[in-house]
Design a protein around this ligand. Structure first.
Ligand code: ADP
Length: 571
C-alpha cells in the first residue's frame, strides 16, 4: 500500500507539474506577446506624432529605429506602398495593404498581429498606427516566446523535477507512515477481533474515518461472534444427538469424503472422529461396505448391506440424496445393529419348524390309529383298546405340547407380566406336589420338602409354570426309588428355590443347552416320559422376566439340581 501510495503521489505530482508547466508557459507566452504589442504600439504612436510626410521616409525610419532599441520601423503610404524600412530595402518590399495589422489600422487607426516575417523569416510582433495623413507607422520586434526558449530551460526543468520528486517522495514517505501506521495497527488487531478475543478501541485512531471504521468493525465482529456461537451451539446439539443414538450415522459427499460421522459409526467401523474430512477408504477398511457406497452413488439409489462386524450383524442402509433436495448431492449411511433382531427371527423360524415337527408325530399316530379303527379291516377288541389308548396318549402329549407352545408364545410376545399378584411360591409348590403324588408313588420316589413363605409379585400362572416344570422333571428323570429334595428359602433379599433329584446326570456338554427350546439330552427318554422339550426354556424365560437367574449343577454323585434365584419384588 505504501508503494502504491508513493507511486500514485509521484505520478500525480509529475502530471500536476507538467500541466502547471504547460499552462504557465501558455500564459507567460501570451502575456509576453501582449506586452510586446503594447510596447510596439506605444513606440508607433510616438513616431506617428513625429512623422513628417514631406521628408524622406526611409531616413526617418532609420532615425526612429535607432531611438527605439531593437525595433524595426516601417513607414507605409496610404496605398500600401512601403516608403521606408529600418531593416530591409523598402524598394524591394511588396505592397503592405493586405497585412493584418495594416487592415486593422486602416479600420480603427491601430492594429497588431503576430506572424513569421516574410522578410526576415522569424516570428515577429507587428503593431501599426495610422497617422492623421493616412500614413502607417509600423513597429516590429522579434519575439522569442516561451516555446522557443523551451529547450534552453529543459536541463533546469529536469533538475527542478528531480528535486520536486525527491522532496515529494520524502514527504509522501512521512505522510504515508503517519497515515498507514494506524491502519497496520488495526490490521494487527483484526485477527483477535475476528476470533472474538477482543474489540478495537475506536478512540485510539486519530482519523475520524478510522474511528468510525473501528466502531463498525466492532459491531460486525460482535454480530459474527454471536452468529458463530449460534452455529456452534446447533452443531454441538446435533453432535450430541448423533453421538447418543445407537445407530451409526455417516454423511458422505459424492466422492465419498466423510462430512459427518457419529460415535456409533466410528465404533462399528473401528475408526475415530478424526476420520471426518477423509475418504471413506480411510475409515472403513471393509471392501463390501465401500463397494456398496460406490454403487449407491453410481445408481443414485438406496441400497442395503448386512455385514458381520466384530461378531455382530450390522445392517447398513446407503441412501443417495440428489441435488434436487436443495443441497449438494450426498450419501447418507445408517448402520443398525440387527444381531438380536436376526437372532429372534431365526429363533422364531426354528421354533415354528420344531413345533410343527413335534406336533406331526402325535398327529400322524392319532390319524393312523383312527384310520385303522374306521377301516373294514378286522380289529380285535384288544387291538381296538390299544389303538384308543394310543389316541388318548398322543392327544395328551399334543395337549401338553400345545400348552407349552402357547405359554412360550405368550412369553415371547412380552405378555408375561400380565395379571401380576402377590404369589406365595411355597403355596404353588404344594399345589404342584399334590398333582404329582401319583407319579412319584409309581416310581417309589421319596420327596423331601422344606419351604418358607416367600411372596413374589408376579403372574401366578408363570410361577406355576416355573415350579411345575422343575418338579415334574425331577420326577420324570429320576431313578426308581430315588429322592427329590425341594427347598425354598430367603437369602440376602432373594428367594432361592432349589430342586434336586437323583437319576442320570446331565452330561456337561449338554448342561448349557438344556434351556434352549426343544433341546433334549435324550430325545427317546424325554418323549417316553411325556416331555415336550420346552419345560426348561419356560423356566428360564420366567426367571429372566422377573429379574432372576436359573443355574444347574449335575453330577453322578449329587444328582441334578436346579437353583432359581428371584429378587424380592416391591408390591
Ligand atoms: P423335556 O420336556 O424334554 O423335559 P425340558 O426342557 O424340561 O424338556 O428338559 C430338557 C432336557 O433336560 C430333558 O430332555 C432332559 O434330558 C434334561 N433334564 C431336565 N430336567 C432334568 C432333571 N431334573 N434331571 C435330569 N435331566 C433333566
Amino acid at each position: 500500500m505504501k508503494k502504491s501510495l508513493m507511486k500514485g503521489f509521484v505520478l500525480i505530482l509529475s502530471v500536476a507539474l507538467a500541466v502547471f508547466g504547460i499552462i504557465s508557459a501558455f500564459a507567460f507566452n501570451s502575456q509576453l506577446i501582449y506586452d510586446t504589442k503594447q510596447e510596439l504600439m506605444s513606440d508607433a504612436s510616438m513616431i506617428a506624432a513625429d512623422f513628417d510626410p514631406s521628408k524622406d521616409a526611409d531616413e526617418q525610419s532609420d532615425k526612429f529605429s535607432a531611438a527605439a532599441e531593437n525595433v524595426r520601423i516601417t513607414i507605409i503610404a496610404p496605398d500600401g506602398t512601403v516608403l521606408g524600412d529600418s531593416l530591409a530595402d523598402y524598394r524591394t518590399m511588396e505592397n503592405h495593404l493586405d497585412r493584418e495589422e495594416i487592415i486593422q489600422a486602416e479600420a480603427s487607426g491601430r492594429g497588431s498581429s503576430v506572424r513569421s516575417s516574410e522578410t526576415v523569416g522569424k516570428k515577429m510582433v507587428y503593431s501599426a498606427v495610422r497617422t492623421p495623413d493616412g500614413y502607417y507607422i509600423r513597429a516590429t520586434k522579434e519575439v522569442s516566446g516561451v516555446f522557443e526558449q523551451f529547450f534552453s530551460v529543459v536541463p533546469g526543468m529536469i533538475f527542478a523535477l528531480i528535486v520536486s520528486l525527491l522532496l515529494a517522495a520524502y514527504l509522501v514517505n512521512r505522510f504515508s507512515k503517519s497515515f498507514l501506521n494506524p491502519i497496520s495497527e488495526m490490521n494487527d488487531s483484526l485477527i483477535a477481533v475476528v476470533d472474538g478475543e477482543k474489540l478495537l478501541r475506536p478512540e485510539d485512531y486519530r482519523y475520524e474515518e478510522l474511528e468510525n471504521m473501528a466502531a463498525k468493525i466492532n459491531v460486525i465482529s460482535s454480530r459474527i461472534s454471536k452468529y458463530i456461537s449460534g452455529i456452534q451451539q446447533e452443531k454441538d446439539k446435533l453432535n450430541y444427538f448423533l453421538d447418543n443414538v445407537s445407530e451409526g450415522f455417516l454423511l458422505l459427499d459424492e466422492k465419498l469424503y466423510i462430512l459427518l460421522i457419529n460415535s456409533a459409526a466410528c465404533s462399528y467401523l473401528g475408526c475415530d472422529k478424526s476420520a471426518t474430512g477423509s475418504h471413506l477408504l480411510v475409515a472403513a477398511r471393509n471392501y463390501d461396505f465401500i463397494r456398496c457406497a460406490e454403487k449407491a452413488v453410481e445408481k443414485k439409489d438406496k441400497l442395503f448391506l448386512d455385514l458381520e462386524m466384530g461378531g455382530r450383524t450390522i445392517e447398513s442402509a446407503f441412501t443417495y440424496v440428489g441435488e434436487e433436495s436443495g443441497f449438494a448431492a450426498a450419501l447418507i449411511v445408517t448402520m443398525t445393529d440387527v444381531t438380536e433382531n436376526r437372532k429372534a427371527v431365526k429363533m422364531r423360524r426354528e421354533f415354528f419348524s420344531n413345533a410343527s415337527h413335534e406336533l406331526k408325530t402325535p398327529i400322524t399316530s392319532i390319524k393312523g390309529s383312527a384310520e385303522l379303527l374306521c377301516s373294514d379291516l378286522p380289529v380285535s377288541d384288544e387291538q381296538r383298546k390299544e389303538l384308543l389308548k394310543r389316541i388318548a396318549l398322543e392327544s395328551e402329549r399334543m395337549s401338553l405340547l400345545i400348552n407349552d407352545i402357547i405359554m412360550i408364545s405368550r412369553m415371547e410376545s412380552g405378555d408375561l407380566a400380565g395379571d401380576r399378584e402377590n404369589t406365595d411360591i411355597s403355596e404353588v409348590i404344594s399345589e404342584c406336589l399334590n398333582e404329582v403324588v401319583p407319579m412319584a408313588e409309581q416310581e417309589s420316589l421319596k420327596i423331601n420338602v422344606s419351604t418358607v413363605p416367600a411372596v413374589i409379585y408376579a403372574n401366578r400362572k408363570d410361577i406355576r409354570g416355573l415350579v411345575s416344570n422343575l418338579i415334574v422333571n425331577a420326577i420324570k428323570y429320576n431313578r426308581q426309588g430315588g429322592s427329590v429334595d425341594i427347598s425354598l428359602e430367603r437369602q440376602n433379599g432373594e428367594i432361592v428355590l432349589r430342586i434336586r433329584n437323583d437319576g442320570d446326570p446331565i452330561p456337561p456338554e449338554h448342561q448349557r443347552r438344556v434351556f434352549e427350546r426343544f433341546y433334549r439330552v435324550d430325545s427317546g427318554r424325554s418323549k417316553a416320559v411325556g416331555g415336550t422339550g420346552l419345560g426348561l426354556s419356560i423356566v428360564k424365560h420366567v426367571a429372566d422376566s422377573l429379574g432372576g437367574t436359573v443355574s444347574l449343577e449335575s453330577s453322578a454323585e449329587k444328582g441334578t439340581a436346579f437353583t432359581v434365584r428371584l429378587p424380592v419384588s416391591d408390591t
